[in-house]
Write a protein that binds this ligand. Structure first.
Ligand code: DHB
Length: 555
C-alpha cells in the first residue's frame, strides 16, 4: 500500500496532492523516521514509454555489491523508448533509465530520498553520447508536499492538467487559479509540445528526477518527518550525490540545471541561491548526504511560491483592495497593515529594477511591473493573435488601449482583471489552515505560525514571538535570504517564468527574485505569459535551447 501506481493514479496536481494526503493518512508509514531499506525498482510504463527487457549491461546490485552506498550504479539500468513532440516534428528517443536510487546513506524514507536518472542513447535512430551533456535536475514537488520516487518511477505528469482545470482548493488551503497556459512537465499545454524533461532527453541532455520529503510525511507513531527544511535538505543532498559521482554518473556535473514548478519552483530557486551554504550541514549529517558540493549552474523556476515570510504583505499590496470571487473584500484594516509592512520590506531590500529602472518602492512597483513585464507580455500575446481574435479580445477587455501595435493599461485595471483567489492572510493563515503553516510545523505539531504578524493577530498577544527554531528554518527555505547575503554560491544563470493571471502569490515575489539576482550580477531571463495561470510553461523549447546557449553544449 506504500507504493503508488502513478500511471493510473496521477492525472494532475490536485489529484496527486489529494492522494498524497490520503496515503499519508492511511498508508503504513515507516514505523519510525529511521533508515528504511530502498524499495526494489520496478519498471516504468507510462503511456508514452515502452519498457524493453533489461538491457545488456544491466545487472542486479546484489551480484556486485558496492561498498559505497553513494556510488552511482552505472550498470543497473533498463532501456526505454518514448515519443517526444516538438515543433519540428515527433522524435523517438531511447534512453537508459536508472530507477529509484537512494541519494543519501542514511535515508529517513528511501521512497522519497531517491532519484531516477535518464540518459539518452539514441534519438531518431542516431546514437547520442550524453556523457558530457547538461543535467536537467527536475523536482516534482507540489504544494510543499512529499514527492515520491517509489512505485515505478516519477509521476509521468506533473502539476496540473493540461489546459489548466484545477477545481477546488488543494488540501492545506493551497488553492490555485486555473492555469491557462499548460504546464511544465505536461504533455501539451496549449501548444501540444512535450514536457521539459522529455524535450531535454530529445536534445541529448541527461535528466535527473529526485523525490523529496514534504510537509505531509508522517510516521506511524504520528511523528512528522518532512517539515521545513527537509525538502530543500533532500534536494541539495541529491545535488551533492550528483557531484559526488562526477565521472561515474553520465553528464557534466558542472552543468546542473534545476527546475521546478510552484513549491517546486521555490525549491529550485532555493537550490540556485543556497549553493555552498553551511547552514544545512547538521541536516546533511543526519541523513548521510554525500560530502560534495551542492552548487548548481542554472536555476529555472516556474511560478515560485517563495519569500514566504513576506508573501502575506506582498499579497495584500497587490490584491488588498481587489474583491474575492464572491465579491467580498478582505478585512481592510488588517490588509492595510500588511500593505504598509510590504512598503517597509520593499524599501529595506534596496533593489533596483531591471533595465535601469532605478530604486524599487511600493509606490512605483505597479508601474515597474507594467513596463517591465506586463505590457511586453500583452504585446507578445496580442501581436500573435489573428486580427479578428485580437479585435474580439480587445472588445472584451476595454481597459486595454491598443494603438495598433502596443498595449497600454493601468496597473489597477490589470489587477482587477486578474482577481484575488486567496484569503487574508494568504500564507500564514490565522487559523493555521494554509499549506505554509503546515510546512513550518515540527516533528510533533502539524502547523505553526511563522510570522509574528499572524501569530500576534491570532493569539491576541501583542508580544508573542514565533517559536525559537523558526527564525532559522524560515531563512533556510528562502532564496531571498541567501541572495541578500551576497549570493556567493548562487547559480550564474536563471530562467524565471510565471503567468500574469497567477494569483497564487504576488507578482512582486518573482519580480523581486529577478531584480535581486540581476542586482547581484547574475544573468536572469525573466518573462511573464499573458493571461496564463498557475504553472504555465509556454516556451519549453526555448528553455531547452537556452540550456544549450548557456552551456555551449551541442550533442
Ligand atoms: C503551491 C501553490 C500554492 O498556492 C501555495 O501557496 C504553495 C504551493 C503549489 O502549487 O505547489
Amino acid at each position: 500500500m506504500k507504493k503508488m501506481n502513478w500511471n493510473t493514479l496521477v492525472s494532475g496536481l490536485a489529484l496527486f496532492t489529494l492522494l498524497a494526503t490520503l496515503l499519508s493518512a492511511c498508508a503504513p508509514a515507516p514505523a519510525s523516521p529511521a533508515a528504511q531499506p530502498a524499495s526494489p525498482a520496478t519498471p516504468a510504463a507510462s503511456a508514452a514509454v515502452e519498457t524493453q527487457p533489461t538491457a545488456s549491461g544491466a545487472e542486479t546490485p546484489a551480484e556486485s555489491p558496492s561498498a559505497d552506498p553513494l556510488r552511482f550504479p552505472v550498470d543497473s539500468f533498463t532501456v526505454q523508448t518514448e515519443t517526444v513532440t516538438t515543433t519540428t516534428g515527433i522524435k523517438q528517443v531511447s534512453y537508459r533509465l536508472y530507477q529509484h536510487i537512494p541519494y543519501v546513506a542514511k535515508p529517513v524514507d528511501a521512497d522519497y530520498q531517491s532519484l531516477d536518472v535518464k540518459v539518452p542513447i539514441e534519438v531518431d535512430g542516431k546514437a547520442v553520447d550524453a556523457s558530457r551533456a547538461p543535467i536537467l535536475f527536475a523536482n516534482h514537488v507540489g504544494g510543499y508536499m512529499a514527492s515520491s520516487n517509489a512505485g515505478g518511477g516519477m509521476p509521468a505528469l506533473t502539476g496540473l492538467p493540461p489546459g489548466g482545470v484545477m477545481t477546488g482548493t488543494l488540501p492545506g488551503g493551497m488553492g490555485g487559479a486555473p492555469p491557462a497556459g499548460g504546464m511544465p512537465g505536461m504533455p501539451g499545454g496549449e501548444s501540444g509540445i512535450s514536457r521539459n524533461t522529455d524535450l531535454a532527453l530529445a536534445a541529448g541532455y541527461v535528466v535527473v528526477e529526485p523525490g523529496a520529503r514534504g510537509r505531509n510525511n508522517q510516521a506511524q507513531d504520528g511523528t512528522y518527518y518532512g517539515k521545513a527544511p527537509a525538502a530543500i535538505v533532500d534536494l541539495k543532498a541529491a545535488v551533492r550525490y550528483i557531484h559526488y559521482n562526477k565521472g561515474v554518473i553520465p553528464g557534466n556535473t558542472d552543468w546542473i540545471i534545476s527546475t521546478g514548478v510552484s513549491a517546486g519552483g521555490a525549491l529550485s530557486a532555493l537550490l540556485g541561491a543556497s549553493g555552498g551554504s553551511h547552514l544545512y550541514d547538521e541536516y546533511f549529517k543526519q541523513i548521510g548526504a554525500a560530502e560534495a558540493e551542492d552548487t548548481i549552474f542554472a536555476s529555472a523556476d516556474f511560478c515560485p511560491i517563495t519569500d514566504l515570510e513576506h508573501a502575506d504583505m506582498a499579497y495584500e499590496w497587490i490584491f488588498g483592495t481587489v474583491p474575492l470571487k464572491d465579491g467580498t473584500l478582505v478585512d481592510q484594516a488588517i490588509s492595510q497593515q500588511l500593505q504598509q509592512a510590504f512598503a517597509d520590506y520593499q524599501a529595506a531590500l534596496k533593489l533596483n529594477g531591471v533595465n535601469g529602472f532605478g530604486a524599487l518602492t511600493a509606490d512605483n512597483y505597479g508601474q515597474y511591473l507594467v513596463q517591465t513585464y506586463l505590457a511586453p507580455a500583452a504585446n507578445r500575446y496580442l501581436q500573435a493573435l489573428p486580427e479578428a481574435e485580437r479585435t474580439a479580445y480587445l472588445a472584451q477587455n476595454a481597459w486595454i488601449t491598443w494603438d495598433g501595435s502596443q498595449a497600454s493599461f493601468s496597473f489597477n485595471d490589470f489587477i482587477r482583471h486578474v482577481g484575488r483567489t486567496k484569503g487574508l492572510p494568504a500564507f500564514d493563515a490565522f487559523d493555521l489552515s494554509a499549506g505554509e503553516n503546515s510546512l513550518f510545523g515540527n516533528e510533533t505539531t502539524n502547523a505553526r505560525h511563522f510570522t509574528k504578524f499572524s501569530l500576534r493577530q491570532a493569539s491576541g498577544d501583542a508580544n508573542a514571538e514565533i517559536d525559537s527554531d523558526l527564525g532559522e528554518k524560515v531563512n533556510l527555505m528562502n532564496p531571498m535570504y541567501f541572495i541578500n547575503q551576497g549570493c556567493s554560491g548562487c547559480a550564474k544563470y536563471w530562467w524565471l517564468r510565471t503567468g500574469t493571471s497567477d494569483a497564487d502569490t504576488s507578482l512582486t515575489v518573482i519580480s523581486n527574485l529577478a531584480a535581486s539576482l540581476e542586482n547581484q550580477g547574475k544573468q536572469v531571463n525573466a518573462v511573464l505569459y499573458w493571461d496564463a495561470g498557475h504553472g504555465a510553461d509556454q516556451d519549453a523549447e526555448e528553455f531547452i535551447a537556452w540550456i544549450g546557449q548557456i552551456t555551449g553544449y551541442t550533442p
